[in-house]
Design a protein around this ligand. Structure first.
Ligand SMILES: [Mg+2]
Length: 240
């Protein structure tokens, strides 16, 4: 059961672990655009766009296991998908064109979600903020630098994967007390469920275009832990 409100004020300073992609700034919409461009370029005679997309989802899940997250991994998935569905190796020309879809994502300016900068500035006066993202270290820290949000965080964690054990290690490393620690993010699979399993509280802020590989049913909060859903990042200011 997800609460619509909590009994506040909370006692004292909290530790807020905050996701980045699609929580602080837009991210998945660029991938969706790139994938739409890729599907048009592949222009498959037999498979529908939906079938191509489903195949790509499977290829991406496998590539992530072997090569992790990030744009290089994404580019590799597009190439593998192209080869598997066209039944032939990519030509250098195909390769350049496919890599240009991933490059367009890299070239994208950071677009912060509404009121993110002012909300973080306010929260950081009362609480300890730690950025917790996953993916390629250079890509994620590069986006943080360009976002100008870095000064609000007392620490930054770029994890290879955000699972239960990663949250336990992170909480131990930063001396987070479970009762006063909250994971905040848009992904049920990476932000909410594993943080709850690790004994932390969680705040779910859904994004309309959350990546399909991050979808999952949200588990109820175990006894004594809290789970809240907010419509927008700025609403954190009402609760913390
Ligand atoms: Mg996210």
């Amino acid at each position: 059961m997800i609460s619509a409100s909590l009994s506040f004020p909370l006692p004292g300073a909290q530790t807020l672990l905050i996701d980045a992609d699609d929580t602080l700034w837009e991210n998945n919409i660029y991938f969706e655009r790139a994938i739409a461009g890729f599907i048009s370029y592949l222009d498959h005679r037999v498979h529908t766009a939906k079938e191509v997309r489903e195949h790509l989802n499977r290829v991406e899940a496998a590539t992530i296991l072997s090569h992790g997250y990030g744009l290089q991994s994404f580019s590799r998935s597009l190439i593998v998908c192209f080869e598997e569905l066209s039944g032939a190796p990519v030509t250098p020309d195909n390769c350049r064109r496919i890599e240009s879809f991933a490059q367009a994502i890299a070239d994208q300016e950071i677009e912060l979600l509404p009121k993110v900068a002012s909300t973080l500035a306010e929260l950081s006066t009362r609480h300890r903020l730690i950025l917790v993202t996953k993916g390629n270290y250079e890509e994620q820290t590069g986006k943080l630098r360009r976002s100008n949000l870095e000064p609000h965080f007392s620490a930054v964690e770029v994890l290879p994967e955000k699972h239960h054990d990663a949250y336990l290690s992170l909480a131990a490393h930063h001396g987070c007390e479970a009762r006063t620690t909250w994971m905040i993010g848009n992904s049920p699979k990476s932000d909410i469920n594993p943080a709850l399993r690790a004994g932390l509280n969680a705040i779910f802020i859904p994004h309309d275009f959350t990546w399909i590989l991050e979808h999952e049913a949200i588990a109820p909060a175990p006894d004594g832990q809290r789970l809240l859903e907010l419509a927008a990042f700025a609403d954190l200011g009402l609760h913390f």
